[in-house]
Design a protein around this ligand. Structure first.
Ligand code: HEC
Length: 87
């Protein structure tokens, strides 16, 4: 009984830690400014207008070229682009 209580509290502590890490929303605008300028200016994307699927395809293409984005960062960046640079 005691053991399972300890296990339970360990799990909830872990869950809490994970949610604390995931909590701050990823800032797509910041990602665009920081991750997209190593090969060309970030403005290269800001001049374009695309729908979400097109932005996703473009960001995927940049990732194959070497842009450093985790899966969740990619989602945040595509959301930001689709919301602010749409046709
Ligand atoms: C590792 C280098 C690299 C990084 C990092 C990078 N790009 Fe690119 N990007 C390129 C190259 C090379 C081209 C030109 C060749 C091409 O268009 O496929 C390009 C072209 C582009 C173009 C013009 C393409 C068009 O269809 O007009 C846009 C827009 C663009 N990148 C956006 C981005 C965005 C947004 C990011 C951040 C996620 C990013 N890039 C990060 C290498 C990179």
């Amino acid at each position: 009984m005691k053991k399972s209580l300890i296990a339970l509290s360990a799990i909830s502590t872990l869950a809490f830690a994970a949610s604390a890490i995931a909590a701050p929303a990823i800032d797509g605008a910041k990602l665009l400014d920081e991750r997209c300028k190593s090969c060309h200016v970030s403005a290269r994307a800001k001049m374009l207008k695309k729908n979400k699927a097109e932005w996703e395809a473009l960001v995927n293409r940049m990732v194959t070229k070497g842009a450093k984005l985790s899966a969740s960062e990619k989602t945040a960046l595509v959301d930001h682009l689709a919301k602010n640079y749409k046709p």
